[in-house]
Design a binder for this molecule. Structure first.
Ligand SMILES: N[C@@H](CCC(=O)N[C@@H](CS)C(=O)NCC(=O)O)C(=O)O
Length: 259
């Protein structure tokens, strides 16, 4: 039985959860306390897989600390510790080839890996900052909104904790301010165009989700906690992808009643 170490509501962690679920593998989920998670990850034997993350072109001290100590998700398999979604996807495909997380055809695999790399290196951080530039405009209202959504509550179950800590993380660790909002939203259009183009080429959104789908969808789900971006998503394959893999809780409940 695998154990997956996560923090609640994390889009990065949801990717690993979706990978395990895609393969039908049972696992035990352990939640670290957000803010202590880089330390907790290291104490449990994880690292950051050699990744060097940056936010808005900056490696803030908070990001450097995470890159030095460790990140989540982290997968424990017996004595083995596998850090980062990139490594978790390959580990799971090695151990449990069916159903696969990457296409068998080499060309298709290269394309899926390019989309996965972009989702990891660009979209994952952009998603935090796009949501963040909205949160810092009205942290009290945003903290209420972040209590429920496609990824569940974000980081802390209690609204007061979200209200106090999330704006701090956004400003200090992810270098977001309300002044970044316009530029981030411009960037979002381009990113949605790119996802739609990949969906058009069959790289994303195929009959069976691949690792790139499972990296992209949680980042889109995170951005969608921000209600004002929905018009940018309407009618796009990108919205169909996230609706399929991570529906709004209300939509999921409606589908269950009518099924
Ligand atoms: N890109 C990696 C890293 C994931 C990542 O950045 N995880 C965050 C939580 S959402 C983290 O552990 N951050 C630690 C820190 O920044 O201190 C992956 O997808 O596995």
């Amino acid at each position: 039985m695998y154990t997956l170490y996560v923090i609640p509501g994390s889009h990065a962690c949801r990717s690993a959860m979706l990978m395990l679920e895609h393969k039908g593998l049972p696992y035990r989920r352990v939640d670290f306390l957000t803010l202590l998670h880089p330390l907790a990850a290291r104490m449990h034997g994880f690292d950051a897989g050699g990744e060097r993350r940056s936010a808005g072109g900056r490696q803030t001290p908070g990001i450097r600390l995470g890159d030095t100590l460790g990140t989540v998700p982290g997968l424990a398999a017996g004595r083995e510790r596998i850090s980062t979604n990139r490594r978790i996807a390959r580990f799971l495909d090695d151990r449990h080839p069916d159903p696969p997380l990457f296409p068998a055809d080499p060309g298709e695999r290269r394309a899926a890996e390019a989309a996965e790399r972009w989702a990891n290196e660009t979209l994952q951080m952009a998603a935090r900052r796009i949501l963040g530039a909205w949160v810092v405009q009205d942290p009290a209202a945003a903290s209420r909104r972040l209590g429920d959504g496609r990824l569940g509550y974000l980081l802390y179950r209690r609204e007061l904790a979200r209200r106090l800590v999330i704006p701090y993380i956004l400003g200090r660790v992810f270098a977001v301010s309300r002044r970044d909002d316009r530029e981030l939203l411009e960037g979002l259009r381009g990113m949605l165009d790119r996802i739609d183009a990949w969906a058009g080429d069959g790289v994303l959104g195929g009959a069976e989700p691949n690792a790139a789908d499972l990296m992209v969808a949680p980042s889109l789900a995170l951005i969608l906690y921000r209600p004002d971006v929905l018009p940018l998503f309407e009618g796009r394959p990108a919205l169909a992808l996230v609706d399929r893999l991570l529906p709004e809780p209300a939509a999921a409940a409606r589908a269950a009643v009518t099924a």
